[in-house]
Design a protein around this ligand. Structure first.
Ligand code: GLN
Ligand code: ZN
Length: 725
């Protein structure tokens, strides 16, 4: 049995990838230096892999994004140098960014409507593809996935491009003995027509090459079709695609192909149950002799290694595998199949679970009744109650939470984390920031204020620090997009609050103003989506545990005179399963978790916030969340999202994003009015709020004044206009 690996994290154990590219952006290093340095980083990563693994896919290094590289490979985009390449990634003319399948990784979306004229061609010589060019066993994103994730294609051009691209691909792969092609979009619910199309197009693939075709993240619904296509090997996810395994065990596997069995998890961090895998492999061996054992999804969703991580209890650490440890696992699985001894490091998950369990939390979840998920006071009645308490003008204005995280804020936080300043000093500093921000918001004339989130590293890790059942890492970085990294916390036990989590800052902010300050929380689904989760209990139980902790926090707000609470759920769409047939099951618990967390006093106005996803497809589920106000990103589509609300009889309040906060430029009053105009077609004017698309933490202070002022000016004009109606 051969071990096979793809998608090892390119980041580097010291985040070299990030720092190198950022140095290039700051013109500290040249293009040549960047290429050389990234090449040696890639080589280092590969050496790490070949220590354990027989076959390691190459050429996976990218200067930014695999999808962008694919557009370049086929000549759709054609940057002359890396400066031009990065113009597609950042700045004014950057391509739109989207979540990659149901992960927190992103890709750049190619919009065919917005492209200059191009001619499809083999463009492997482009400087951006230098890593693929010199690889012996290169990796490519397949044309179907590329086209499926692109925008602006009608059926005919989709079809034409697919065929053309396969032909070009034949030219590209003719230079190699073997190649690795990834088609994760094969796990979508592909229509019969498209299956036919895939079959026709890929049947033209050069039979003379060894092409390993790999799918991941879920099961493929048309495996039998792949059996007939000229692939040398077929890779499937056996962790998140159980149906794959079932299908293969039932329907056999072609003798002339290699089965690449994805048996170690690329998306979560718990040690693989080697015995289970061995059993699976024994079953598969009855079906085919040609098995490679592999990761079940790219390993770049995992941090590099748990080995150097300090501060994690030994017994838990033994049960955690990051990317490098997954390599060791694959090697061990191979040894087991050869009946060789392996070193077993005694991970006893059951013992850990028992040791860290919290009976009280478990019981609270067990004893939840249907009423815990349903508010006793209807939205309409709540609206009346809240109206009298809040006394807001029509077209209220607010922001989404965070304000610019200046260098000063970040360095103070680091000083505190590194023990250079005391908590008291740190808190004083944060309070000082809050003072200034409250003053600033009042001077602007915003109606509902925020405290600015200066104390938060990121919106999930911050809460993980404050709850039992979570571990956080020092170096467990994972790429989110480009050079942006984050450290997902690990949920390993029952979740509860250690104490109040945000009350101090919010009540302090509220003490400085008569206007309402929003309490600011991250919702249960988003906390789950951006953490590594335990697997010993159903996911909904973990979600309800988190929800109960958040609910306690909201109750503390209420005791302290906070009248509005925002529960952010930007990952509400992302966490949904890839297959729509599994949506009802997911949304049922996701909605219940949100409603459980926010099932507090009717006097408290509950806001939620969502951004940067395709919301129209999940609008009926959003409507089942029992908030009072939703603020939603909408400026990039110029308010188009509002059409989705038309279909559901939406009766609650909506804050429409009128400023794309990813763009540093000023906003145009006319455009803001246009967005409002569109919303007014669907929503009564009494239900409309005005706000930016999202939090402002990535902007600089100089960049936020004009847009915020414009929003307030627009609100004032609208108030005059609608006063007498
Ligand atoms: N309240 C958060 C902020 O303003 C929301 C961030 C998000 O939607 N991702 O930063
Ligand atoms: Zn947002």
């Amino acid at each position: 049995m051969i071990t096979y690996i793809y998608g090892y994290p390119r980041l580097g154990s010291k985040r070299e990838y990030k720092f190198l590219i950022e140095k290039f952006w700051k013109k500290v290093i040249s293009q040549k230096e960047l290429i050389d340095e990234l090449s040696s980083l890639e080589e280092k990563n590969r050496n790490e892999c070949t220590k354990f693994i027989d076959k390691v896919v190459e050429g996976e290094m990218t200067f930014y994004s695999e999808i962008l590289d694919t557009a370049i490979l086929f000549g759709i985009l054609n940057p002359k140098n890396l400066e031009e390449y990065y113009e597609f990634c950042r700045g004014k003319n950057a391509l739109e960014m989207k979540k990659w399948f149901n992960t927190n990784y992103h890709y750049l979306v190619v919009d065919f409507n917005k492209l200059d004229k191009f001619e499809l061609k083999n463009n492997l010589d482009n400087i951006a593809l230098i890593f693929k060019k010199k690889a012996k066993f290169p990796s490519f994103i397949g044309p179907y996935t590329f086209l499926k994730l692109s925008k602006g294609l009608d059926i005919n051009s989709f079809k034409k491009y697919l065929f053309d691209m396969i032909e070009i691909l034949n030219g590209i792969i003719s230079k190699y003995d073997e190649v690795h092609i990834e088609e994760p979009a094969f796990v979508f619910e592909v229509s019969q027509d498209e299956v036919k199309l895939i079959k026709e197009a890929y049947s033209k693939l050069d039979k003379g090459r060894k092409v390993y075709l790999v799918s991941y993240y879920d099961s493929v619904d048309f495996i039998d079709v792949l059996y007939d296509l000229p692939f040398y090997g077929l890779g499937f996810d056996f962790i998140r695609g159980e149906e794959n395994l079932e299908f293969i065990l039932k329907n056999k596997f072609p003798k002339d192909k290699v089965l690449i069995a994805g048996v170690v998890d690329g998306r979560n961090i718990w040690k693989t149950n080697l015995k289970n895998v061995l059993e699976i492999l024994i079953k598969l061996k009855n079906i085919t002799e040609n098995i490679f054992i592999s990761n079940a999804a790219p390993l770049y969703h995992l941090p590099i290694s748990i080995f150097y991580e300090e501060g994690i209890p030994q017994d838990i650490k033994r049960c955690i595998c990051f990317a490098k440890e997954r390599l060791e696992e694959l090697k061990n699985i191979k040894k087991l199949t050869l009946k060789e001894d392996i070193f077993d490091d005694n991970c006893d998950l059951e013992k850990i679970i028992d040791k860290y369990k919290n009976e009280e939390v478990k019981n609270r979840v067990k004893n939840l009744s249907p009423n815990d998920f349903i508010k006793q006071v209807s939205y309409r009645d709540r609206r009346e109650i809240q109206k009298n308490i809040l006394n807001l003008p029509i077209f209220p204005t607010t922001t989404i939470g965070s304000f610019p995280q200046s260098e000063e804020v970040r360095s103070k936080r680091n000083e505190y984390i590194n023990g250079k300043i005391s908590y008291d000093d740190y808190e004083k500093f944060i309070f000082n920031q809050i003072d200034k921000l409250i003053e600033y918001q009042e001077s602007l004339g915003l109606d509902v204020l925020v405290h600015g989130e200066f104390e938060r590293t990121d919106m999930v890790e911050f809460f993980a620090f404050k709850m039992n059942g979570f571990l956080t890492t020092k170096n467990g970085w994972v790429l989110s997009y480009g050079t942006r990294v984050y450290r997902p916390p690990i949920i390993y036990a029952d979740v509860s609050r250690k104490g109040p989590m945000t009350i101090n800052e919010i009540t302090y902010a509220q003490s400085k103003t008569k206007k309402p300050v929003k309490g600011m929380l991250t919702g249960p689904v988003t906390i789950l989506a951006w953490s590594f989760n335990r697997e010993d209990i159903p996911i909904y139980e973990v979600a309800y545990q988190i929800a109960l902790a958040l609910k306690e926090e909201i109750e503390d707000y209420e005791k302290n005179g906070i009248k509005i609470v925002q529960v952010d759920e930007p990952a509400f769409r992302e966490k949904a399963p890839i297959k729509k047939r599994k949506w009802d099951e997911y949304f049922e618990w996701a909605i219940k978790a949100f409603n459980l967390a926010t099932n507090t006093k009717p006097e408290t106005q509950i806001h939620t916030h969502m951004c940067y996803s395709e919301f129209s497809e999940i609008i009926k589920y959003i409507n089942l969340l029992d908030f009072d106000v939703i603020t939603i990103e909408s400026s990039r589509s110029k308010g188009e999202i509002i059409n989705a609300f038309k279909n559901i009889n939406f009766e609650k309040q909506i804050g429409i994003g009128v400023w794309d906060i990813h763009s540093p430029s000023n906003i145009d009053k006319k455009e803001v009015f246009q967005i409002v105009e569109r919303v007014l077609n669907v929503v009564p004017y009494t239900n409309i709020w005005l706000n930016p698309d999202c939090g402002l933490k990535t902007r600089r202070w100089e960049e936020i004044n004009q847009p915020l002022q414009t929003i307030i000016e627009v609100a004032n004009v609208l108030r005059k206009k609608f006063k007498d109606t």
